[in-house]
Design a protein. Sequence first.
Length: 108
Amino acid sequence: RIHRFRDEHRSQLQTEDARAKGRTGKAFNAPIMRDIEPVLSSLLKLLRPGMPKVVPDQWRKFQHDDLLKQLAEDNPIAYSPHRDRPAAERRSLMHQELREGFITVVRC
């Protein structure tokens, strides 16, 4: 998949590299990409799983699925990674993961 992504955008990367070379007289190793949105969207299409976000009958699924029933209840959670590290370091790692938008927790 990555090779296909690279091949699709090779001409854009080469064009940007040529522009950079024309401005400074030497080529950059990392090309400057002005139109990053199409590149990111095509990359996300490659990485996104094929699962639909919506099920046909959401209300029935919510009412009858055991996992969803458990998740809808109030449950204590625990931060599970880095149990071998001191509490202060675990706290700072947890805050860092929260800022990045991804955190691993377990239901107790």
